[in-house]
Structures are given as C-alpha cells and as structure tokens.
Ligand binder design. Sequence first.
Ligand SMILES: [Zn+2]
Length: 486
Amino acid sequence: MWLAAAALTLVIGLPLLHSAEDKKLTVYAAGKTYELAVADVDKQEYAGLAELLGPLGKFEQHASLGTFRLRLNDKEGEFSVGKKMARVGTVQLLLPAKAVVDHGRLLVPVRGLPGLLEKYGQKAELHAAGRRLFVGDAGERVGLEVKRPGDNLVVSFPAAVSPTISTEGNKVHLLFTKDPVLFWADSIAYTDKLFTQAKFIEQNGIAEVVISGNAPLVASLGDGGKSISITAAPQVAATSASQVVPQTSAPATSPASGPPAAAVQSNSSTAAPQAKAAPASTLVPFFVMIDASHGGDDPGARFSDKLLEKDITLAIARKLRTELSNRGITAALLRDNDSTLTYDQRAVATNARRSGTYISIHAGVPGSGVRVYTAMLPAESFEKNARPHGPFVTWENAQAGFLSRSQTLATALVMEMGSAKIAAGSAVAPLLPLNSIAAPAVSIEVAPPRVDSTIDSLSAAKYQQAIAVAAATAIANVRGKMEERR
Ligand SMILES: [Zn+2]
C-alpha cells in the first residue's frame, strides 16, 4: 500500500553556504513572493523600482531623457536619474540617495523603498540587514514549542510553509525562501535534554531557523504544511556501524559468520548519537538497506484481522537479508521489529549509512506477483537550468543521480522473478521515500502469486522465500553496476 510523495523539500547534509550568492531582496506581498536583484552603487544597495511595483497592481512605465514615470494603480511617480528628489502623486519625497539608471532600468536605494511604497499607497516594512521587504499585511509569526511526551520541538505557522530543510550534525536548518515568516527574537536557549538552541536568521532575502540539539535531529513537515516537527534522528546500532565502515575487503562469504543485520531503533532522545555518515573518503563496502514498509502504529494494508501488511513486509525483509547474506552481501533492516518509522527517518538512516542499494517492500492487492517501482521525480530535477536551491540537491530529488541504476536493478528484479515463475512487472511512481534515497533504490510490492490465490497466500513462507531468493539473486547479479561511481 502506497503513500504519494509529499511536497516537502529537504536538503541533504551540507552546510549552508551564502557567500557566493548574488545579493537579492525578497518581497513578500499579499499572496505572492518575488525577488529583486540588488546592486551596490556608491556603497548603497539599489533595486529596480519597476520590478518592485510591477507585481503589486496595475502598472505602467514611461521613460524619456532621464525622467521615469512609474504608475501603480491610480498613483504616478516621477523620478529623475541622478536626483534624490522625486514625486509620487502630488507628494514630494527625498530618496536616501540619488536615483540611477542601469541598462535602461531605474534603480532606487533599497533603504528608501518603504517610504516610496507608502506614497504609492502601500504599507511596507523593510528588514534591511536580511533584505526582506514585507508589503501590506504580509508576514507570519513563527511559534515554537517543545512537546513532552514525544520529545519533539514543534515550529508552527499561521499558514502553510514550504521550507528547505537540511540536517548537519546535531542541527536542523529550516530555510524559508518564499514564506513571509517573521521572528520575535534572535535566538532562544533551551535547558532541555535534547534541544539546546533555536536561532533565527534573516540573510540575503532568506529567513532561516536553526535548531541545535545534543543528538542528530530530523525534521518533518506536518499539519498540511503548517508545522514542522523536529526530533531525534533514528539511531543505527553502534555494532552495525562498526561492522560496515571498517570493512574494505570483500564481505564475509560464510552466512554463519556473517554479521547480524542492523535494525534502526525507534526514537530515543536520551541515547548517544550514533547514526553518523562515514567520511566521504572512506571506502564503504557494498551494503543493501532493506526497508520493511509500515510498522508500529502504521499497519499498512489490513488484509484481515490477523493479516497485516507490516508483518508480511517484515517477514519478507528478513528472508531477503538471509538470502543476500548467503550470496556474500551485507544487508541491514531499517526495522527488525514492530517500530514506527517515518519516511524521512527511513531515508535519513539509509543515506547516513551510505547504502549501496535500497529496497523497500510492500504487500498488497490487487494484481498478482511482484511489481517493482522506481522513483518518479519532479520535473524540475531534469531541467539543467532549474536551480531553485542553489548548489544543493533537494531532498525530493536526491534520487536523481541514481535513477538509471535504479532502473537497471528494477529490470534485473523483474527478469529474475520471471525466471522463478513469479509474475512481475515494473513501473514508475512517486513513492515515498524513493525520491529521497541517495542510492540505487526500488520498492517492490508483493501481491498473491495468482489472481485467484487467496489473500492468505501472502503469508505463505514458501512464496515469501521464492521472492527473497529471486530478489537476492537479482541484486547479486547487478551488484557491480550498483557500485559504479559510488
Ligand atoms: Zn504498503
């Protein structure tokens, strides 16, 4: 049973860089947010007045001989290049510095924009240091609350927001490029077992909230985009981390001596942080992350009183781990018990382990046999020029660089199922958390073997075993291709 991908954009574990960016001013007006390029002229920041006024109403501009006439709705302003004195309607005003022209565009000092807009009948507030301009009633105050039990810090908003979220060690960065969020402090210090500080930053037209803790944190968007919940990241057991990272030679070939697979524990904010990514220079041995979908509070599909999808996915996942181990491939289960994990937690843990391949398992009807899914990425990830988040890979596009290998794996799985006389096909779908996995990634959905099979056949050990054998064989066959460019 599937859930469609959420419209949440996240950034993967990179520190945020602001230095190389061009200067810009973000304008928040009723129902719209737009950016103006900011230019430095004589140590003053300038922005284009036509670009500012254009989106705010009915707009017209006429220019001749160094004089610009800019009309917004019923008010016309007159500006002369090289002059501080200007007029809007019948009112004279003095700009903080002279108006200038650049490539035929009238530029005025950013500091003078609120006064100018007021003359045009628009109330405005400028946050000069952060280069954010709020027009009319735009602006939403952020709420912040630590909730117990649950050990989460909830950041709430009066209206839905679409932040870029990134994690960096024990910090979560919430980056607001479009949302008119307002802060009421520069920072808050917490005396809390998990959270230590919340910082509020306005910089180059962007608002940022940085939550620091004393363990790795993870964030998820909820309440229709009106709240962000931050909590401790799921922890990969220390024993499993030490199994995976130091091995640079071939993994153990004997299943008996193979390492027990890791399981991600359910959240605990008190334990020490352990889910650390290996340094980029470390050679990480090929490793398969198996994700038994659903679990804990989320049963998945309910086939009968006793037959739940979450139990079937776990049973198949364990069999797959054994079969991979039999083929000399190290594998771990994201959950090896009935714990509840969010899709973000699953992706975070998979990426933190630098998994070589990710395979999630679902079970469901209708249909028969096994359907293999690869990610359907947002259109923008294929547009070379679209860089909505600068140099960062967005959370929902993390899969972009791995898609062709994911499809290679899907094809191998379908072929191997076919060889084992299991009906199989592949498809592309916007499934969580595939888009956010930074590794070759597929989801398989297991249906009963034949259209006329009973639903109970999903729990038949022999059928589950046949699927695990075919999947492990397929992964072993394409392992070399999965490891390319890691
Ligand atoms: Zn499912």
